[in-house]
Ligand binder design. Sequence first.
Ligand SMILES: [Ca+2]
Length: 185
Amino acid sequence: MNHSKFTAKMVGCCFRSEVGGSVSFYETWNNYRDGFGDLNSSFWLGNEKLHVISAQRDHQLRIDIWFNNTNDDSSYLHYNLFRVSSEATQYEITLGSYTGSYEYDYMDYHRDMKFSTYDQDNDLANQNCASTSYHPGGWWFNACHAIMLNGIYGNPWDTGICLFQRITRDKNCSVVAVDMKMKPL
Ligand SMILES: [Ca+2]
């Protein structure tokens, strides 16, 4: 894993980067709101910052994902618009058109979803998707996910950092690194 790759690719402001398991993403609503982690390795910038930044002008979003069965080639998802609403509306995500290395748009299932954490259930499932027995970690859960990048590093389905192709039902939890970044349009 060549971590210098992340730095070279960073544009705008970034969130979860260089997954390594040293930073817990099983965090409270307030911590996801305010941000946590280490800016030099793994962190969540903070939903309030994502809201403020994305409200000031239009941004795009790029998510790079590395797996343990590949070398340096990244898989990625790109959206030509990325917006996070205010805390009053639970940091709902707005995404533009998808392009990327997958035919399947993994974030499509998460469009217009509110953010949920184990202590604030805003998802569409009966249970709390972000709770420890399901997919521990904050995310824009639906009921529950097609991609969840804030799970527990190294864990298998369904507590790990996973992609879930909801049509074929293929699950991939071999994610070793993630880089989510936004850039002004
Ligand atoms: Ca729920």
